[in-house]
Structures are given as C-alpha cells and as structure tokens.
Design a protein around this ligand. Structure first.
Ligand SMILES: C[S@@+](CC[C@H](N)C(=O)[O-])C[C@H]1O[C@@H](n2cnc3c(N)ncnc32)[C@H](O)[C@@H]1O
Length: 432
C-alpha cells in the first residue's frame, strides 16, 4: 500500500496518495516512510506546519534519515524559515556527507542569508564531491553570476556553464545562461553559436529561437512568442531556488504599487483590479486592500498555480494578455502590470486593448526596462526581454489613447551584479 501511495504521489494524484498514506498509518502507526512522504504531501497542499510535524515524527523513529532531513529543510526553506532549513541540511549531511541535494540546498540558504563566502565554500565542496555532475557546475555558475565583482566572475561563470553542458547536454538552463553570460561579456558571436547549436538539436524549441534573435542571429519578433513565455515561466515557477535568487533584488511589484496607491488615496476595497501578467502573484497582496475584485491573467499555468497557492485573487485566468483584453470581458478601474510588458516589443496593440478595457478615469500602471537615449527606440536585449526608450513609451501611450501619463526612471532588479535601469509608468484614461 505504501508503494501504491508513493506511485500516486509521484503521479501527482495527491488525493489518492494522501488517503493511502493515512491507511498505512492506521495499520502501522508511526510508519516512518508514510509519515515522511505524507509530510511532504501536506506541504505541497499548503499545510506546511502539519508537514513539518509529520516529518519530525518520522525522524524521531529514524534519526539518521538523510532524505527526510533534506525534505524537512526544503519545507522550511520554502516557508522562508532559513535558519531552520540550514540546520536540517546540516543534519542531512551529518547522516550522509555526500548528499548532493542537501549540500546544494545548504549552499543556497547560506547565499540567501548573505553568507557569500560560506556559500562559495559549499558549492566548491559540491563540485569537489561530484565533478561529473552537470548541475553542480550549473549551480556554481549561477552563484558566480549572482556575485559579480568584476568581469572575471562572469568569465568563470561561462566556464561553469560550459562544463554543465558538457556533463549534461540536455541541460537547457545551462545553455541559456551560457549564451546570456557570453553576450554580457561582449562575446556575441559565441553566444549566437550556442543558440545556433541548440537550435540544431531542438529546432522547434522556442527558447533558443527567441534568444538567437535577441543576440542578433535573426530579426526580433514584435512580441515574445507565446510558447517562449510559457516555456520560460512554467519552468521558472517550478524552480523555487532560481525564483528566490533571481528575484533577490526584484522590487518591481513594491515600487509599482507604491507609485499607484499614492494616486488612489486610502484603501476602500472598491476597485475592480486586473493584475496583467500576474505571475506568482507578488502584486496581489499589495493591491488587495484597494480591490473589490482582483483578477490575475497570465500565459503561464505554472506561474498561475503559484499565484493560486499564494491566494488573494478572486479569479486567475490563463490567457494571452492582449488577446484576452481585446475579447473585452470586463471594465477595470486599474490595470496593473509589473515586469510583463517587457515581453512586448511593440506596445501600441496591448496598450490600446488596455485603454479600451479601462473605465473612464481608470489607471494603468506598468514597469518596463529602460533603453537610454532621446530617440524613439525599442530593442530586444540578450536577456530575452525588450527595452524601451522614454520617447517610445510616450508615443505608444499617446497612440493608445492615454493623454495623461508619468514616466519615472527606477532600478527594479539586478542582473549579473549590476542594477538594471527601468521605468515606472502611470497613465490615466480620460473622463470620470
Ligand atoms: C517577470 S514575470 C512578472 C510577474 C509578476 N507581475 C511579478 O511582478 O512578480 C512576467 C509574467 O508575464 C507573463 N507574460 C508575459 N507575456 C505575457 C502575455 N503576452 N500574456 C500574458 N502573460 C504574459 C509571464 O508568464 C510571467 O508570469
């Protein structure tokens, strides 16, 4: 029965698995594997405290169970309890010094706690233990990219990503990061070669296709392909580590909502709000006090699933933003879009659709990445995101029908150790 429970769990049939684990525990109270896996399952179902309690019970019966310590660490990590997580990973390593997952998780929580030297030491230990493990090279590369002190760090990252691909040629993340890092070093021909080779392996994969264009391999599309966005964000949503770390300095939701609410006055829960490209729902709790109804729309089912777990939305819709707005289902007081229009090169269609969907007097608030200079320009950067100049945004807003707007320069995230310049844009539809 335990085997059946685990199989159902692996197949994501959580209801079936939970019933079976509980039956095992009825027959054999305290069965440690059932307690351990049921604990993991409870966490997956947003009952993390129960999950922690169950795994602790399992560990009382089998104190040297490295996987159980590691999974307990993962639950604490995902609940942002980093000290507890660190202790669990250390316990796992006491049980099994060569537990690669526990060691990479330990390195990660040290890094998130700002303990860069200790994190580096842990990643180096992992590489020494498992030099053939592509993921170990990839993680070291990501660490180097997060802590860029000089170009030498990016060069080292390039070597790590090359090794990651060498040991695991199916590692698409490593290929992607390799291309971006090469481009950042000004080695754009090598970056183009990475994507070209990847396209030979996987001609239908939208990720190398988009990044190939972003590095100048071919003409960029007017908007990131839907398949590219889905692919990137579905895998991003599933990867807590990268999300946590890539977003370490990600402040777009906070800055955008602060700029918007300064125009709204005290929250009265009276407004119909659309979170356009809601992702994992970081904006939801910030704007919720103003919302009578809060709807999130996003292309990525994976991101929406995370937003669902976070809660606070009245409805979450999986759709392409501009098409969904054009379908004209609703009238909004606010359309909020943090770091989503960076996947649109041509802004006029999506801004026009938003203008039509807003009530008179309604606000549109969004962020973009900034392209410096006076002229009206947009470019697809090597990161795969578009950058717009101020003049380009002003023209697009005007063409879409917005007569009143404010554009403020702000840094919204870090990339390879440097701040990325961005815009915070507020625009209002005329008439009240
Ligand atoms: C960088 S994330 C930002 C998510 C969220 N707004 C935040 O600030 O945390 C960008 C999101 O935009 C979504 N997205 C990009 N292009 C889209 C489109 N054309 N239609 C709907 N969603 C889109 C992606 O799936 C992703 O979840």
């Amino acid at each position: 029965m335990l085997g059946e429970a685990i199989a159902a769990h692996r197949a994501d049939q959580l209801d079936v698995a939970e019933v079976l684990y509980r039956k095992v525990l009825q027959r054999q109270a305290g069965q440690p594997d059932a307690l351990h896996f049921l604990g993991v399952l409870c966490h997956q179902r947003n009952r993390s405290e129960e999950g922690i309690r169950l795994i602790r019970m399992a560990l009382r019966a089998v104190p040297l169970h490295a996987d159980a310590h590691n999974n307990l660490g993962n639950i604490h990590k995902e609940c942002d309890q980093l000290t507890e997580a660190e202790a669990c990973y250390r316990s796992a390593l006491v049980c099994q010094a060569q537990h690669h997952d526990a060691l990479s998780n330990l390195a990660l929580v040290l890094d998130v706690q700002g303990r860069e030297d200790e994190a580096l030491e842990a990643y180096a230990r992992l590489l020494a233990q498992a030099p053939q493990l592509g993921r170990a090279h990839y993680l070291m590369g990501m660490f180097r990219c997060r802590h860029v002190h000089d170009t030498g760090d990016v060069e080292q990252a390039v070597e790590c990503f090359r090794n990651a691909v060498l040991h695991d040629d199916a590692d698409v993340r490593a290929r992607e990061e390799l291309g971006v890092a090469l481009y950042m070093l000004g080695r754009s021909e090598e970056a183009v070669a990475v994507y070209r080779e990847w396209l030979v392996r996987e001609p239908d994969n939208p990720v190398p296709r988009h990044l190939f264009a972003a590095c100048g391999g071919e003409a960029p599309p007017v908007q990131a392909d839907e398949a590219y966005v889905r692919n990137v964000f579905d895998s991003f949503a599933a990867s807590f580590d990268e999300q946590l770390l890539k977003n370490l300095d990600y402040r777009a939701p906070q800055i955008l909502v602060a700029a918007l609410v300064a125009k709204l006055g005290a929250p009265q829960a009276m407004l119909d709000v659309l979170d356009a490209g809601c992702g994992t729902g970081l904006c939801g709790p910030l704007i919720r006090p103003h919302a009578r109804r809060l709807v999130g729309v996003d292309l990525s089912g994976g991101m929406l699933a995370q937003a669902g777990l976070r809660g606070g939305y009245d409805e979450l819709v999986e759709a392409e933003l501009a098409a969904w707005l054009r379908a004209g289902s609703s009238a909004w007081d606010i359309v909020l879009s943090a770091d989503t229009l960076i996947y649109f090169g041509e802004l006029v269609p999506v801004l026009s659709a938003t203008h039509a969907a807003l009530r008179p007097g309604g606000w549109l608030a969004f962020t973009l990445e900034a392209l410096v200079g006076e002229s009206d320009r947009v470019e697809l950067a090597a990161s795969g995101r578009y950058r717009h100049s101020r003049a380009c945004i002003e023209r697009a807003l005007e063409a879409a029908g917005f007569r009143e707007s404010v554009i403020v320069g702000e840094s919204l995230r870090k990339e390879l150790g440097t701040q990325v310049a961005g815009w915070v844009v507020l625009a209002r539809k005329s008439g009240v």
